[in-house]
Design a protein. Structure first.
Length: 133
């Protein structure tokens, strides 16, 4: 192989190597994307599995296990430990105010209108004490 043929071979090899390296980079990006989507899918499936259906005094609520356990309330810990997965859980309490209890567990603040109504405020305090919120 003479010098010119070697130079030609070297240029072709370098082009091949650069092309191959680009393919590897592209594949790595695709793998990273796949891993990201796979994790998101797993999280969605886990969330779906952890959905809890509640019937509080005839009012239906759907939330997650992590929301109910967010404040380490003994009531919900015991309730969830004694219930079967995918089973609707009945709580024999007034359901009208449970939405506000649930929103508190979700980290939301109570509406000022609720706090300004003495009857509503009193009933929420009773319910919050019951649930240990």
């Amino acid at each position: 192989m003479n010098k010119e043929e070697f130079q030609n071979f070297r240029e072709r090899f370098n082009r091949f190597e650069n092309g191959f390296n680009e393919l590897v980079k592209d594949q790595n990006k695709k793998n990273e994307k796949w891993d990201k989507y796979s994790k998101q899918y797993t999280q969605l499936k886990d969330t779906e599995k952890s959905l809890i259906k509640l019937n509080v005094g005839g009012f239906k609520f759907t939330t997650t296990k992590s929301t109910l356990l967010s404040l380490s309330c003994k009531f919900f810990e015991e309730l969830l430990s004694s219930s079967s997965p995918n089973e609707e859980i009945f709580i024999d309490r007034p359901g009208k105010n449970f939405e506000h209890i649930l929103n508190t567990l979700r980290g939301k603040k109570l509406n000022n209108n609720i706090l300004n109504d003495p009857h509503m405020k009193y009933s929420l305090i009773i319910e919050a004490r019951f649930y240990g919120v």
